[in-house]
Design a binder for this molecule. Structure first.
Ligand code: SF4
Ligand code: SF4
Length: 83
């Protein structure tokens, strides 16, 4: 699954630079995660780096983007080819 940022986000800016896939960006009001780029950090790290650093724990899994570990790894390889 991709992750998502809820409206509890306090715009602290710490997650954006931690994302290895550049999936996090500032939206109209709060930070957002592009589900097409978020691999839950699969391929880069053992744990989601944005979740590790978020001080208010507002980054749950995105229920609209259910993906298996294999699909996340495929997404990782696809993103690597594009970069
Ligand atoms: S889980 Fe990883 S890939 Fe997904 S938004 Fe967070 S830091 Fe980026
Ligand atoms: S770390 Fe959490 S609170 Fe800070 S900008 Fe990212 S999602 Fe928002």
């Amino acid at each position: 699954m991709a992750l998502m940022i809820t409206d509890e986000c306090i715009n602290c800016d710490v997650c954006e630079p931690e994302c290895p896939n550049e999936a996090i960006s500032m939206g109209p009001e709060i930070y957002m995660i592009d589900p097409n780029k978020c691999t839950e950090c699969v391929g880069h790290f053992d744990t989601p780096q944005c979740v590790e650093v978020c001080p208010v724990e507002c980054i749950p899994k995105n229920p609209d983007r259910v993906e298996t570990q294999e699909e996340l790894m495929e997404k990782f390889h696809h993103l690597q080819e594009q970069s």
